[in-house]
Design a protein around this ligand. Structure first.
Ligand code: VAH
Length: 316
């Protein structure tokens, strides 16, 4: 099936895995990876790459026209922890990159857009357990505010201009192919690295900080499934709740100890604990299940198996 795809932010935690998955599916030359800097050797050697600033409309337009791009996955963003340190840079990147891609679609220069939201759109007074698709949302982080605004703009461009933009609210994502990228849930990746490299980990969240989490393979499969379904199946054009697991650092530590009995964990919460406390503990993703057949495949145990099996070759 011919399809020409551009991934903005292809060298990030999700972008890297999305690039490999889409190239596997559609062919290396059908997927143009792009980022503000080059990526891993394996990514750079697996297909076409463009150095591209996602906030530069003209530069994106040139790449779209040159490669005859039909679909854009906008994965470039500044995540929650880093965004608290650079609020204006985060707003500029997260919002202007979205407007660039939505406007390309509005002008019919591309046909379809994927844009990631996050459970960070929910705030401290959102119901924390089995958080509904539509509910009270008063995010208190720069990142969460940008994601809530982005969801509103996605819905507006769909209803006003017929732009086929699709989105999911990713939970915290656990993966081994790339290092974490400045998020509050990065602990859930670091803990596996350090369990293998040091046999111990000092966690920057409290042991009972339960958050919605997902193994990356599930997140990639959900993303591609959403983009492949018929537009008329979709009843949500802001962003779909997406769920797999609800985990705390203590849960992940216990899972690691089943394989590495001497693993030691300690807790030294920092500002990221304050962010985590504003987010839900678990998510209701009934709408994603009903509209496009979403079903997770990874739980904590097979996530731990995959992480510990694949990580030794990585190092911090
Ligand atoms: C972050 N990994 O921690 C991201 C994610 C739900 C959290 O959006 O900022």
């Amino acid at each position: 099936m011919h399809k020409s795809i551009l991934i903005l932010g292809a060298c990030g935690q999700i972008g890297t895995e999305l690039t490999f998955a889409l190239r596997e599916l559609y062919g290396n030359d059908q997927v143009v990876a792009s980022d503000i800097r080059e990526g891993s050797e394996s990514l750079m050697n697996s297909g076409p790459f463009e150095l591209l600033d996602a906030t530069n409309y003209a530069a994106i337009e040139d790449v779209v026209m040159y490669h005859e791009i039909e679909e854009v996955y906008l994965m470039a963003a500044m995540l929650s922890a880093t965004a608290e340190k650079f609020p204006e840079r985060a707003w500029n990147l997260n919002m202007n990159s979205l407007f660039n891609v939505l406007n390309l679609a509005k002008e019919r220069k591309i046909e379809k857009v994927f844009w990631p939201s996050s459970i960070a759109v929910f705030g401290p007074n959102t119901p924390k357990d089995n958080t509904p698709q539509s509910t009270l949302m008063e995010p208190s982080t720069v990142y969460g505010i940008s994601k809530q605004s982005g969801e509103r703009w996605c819905s507006y461009y769909y209803h006003k201009f017929g732009v086929d933009v699709r989105s999911v609210r990713y939970p915290g994502l656990i993966s081994w192919k790339t290092l974490p990228g400045g998020g509050t849930t990065d602990y859930a990746i670091e803990i596996y690295h350090e369990a293998l490299n040091k046999g111990s980990y000092t966690c920057f969240l409290n042991e009972d900080a339960k958050l919605p989490m997902m193994f990356m393979d599930d997140a990639i499969r959900a993303t591609i499934k959403l983009m492949d379904c018929n537009s008329d199946q979709l009843t949500v054009r802001s962003s779909y709740n997406l769920s797999a697991m609800s985990l705390s650092p203590a849960d992940i530590s216990a899972s690691i100890k089943k394989r590495i009995p001497d693993f030691k964990i300690s807790y030294d919460p920092d500002f990221r604990q304050t962010i985590a406390e504003t987010w839900p503990r678990s998510i209701d993703d009934t709408k994603a299940k009903e509209d496009w057949g979403w079903e997770p495949q990874f739980n904590l145990e097979n996530t731990t198996t995959e992480m510990l099996k694949n990580l030794p070759s990585q190092s911090f």
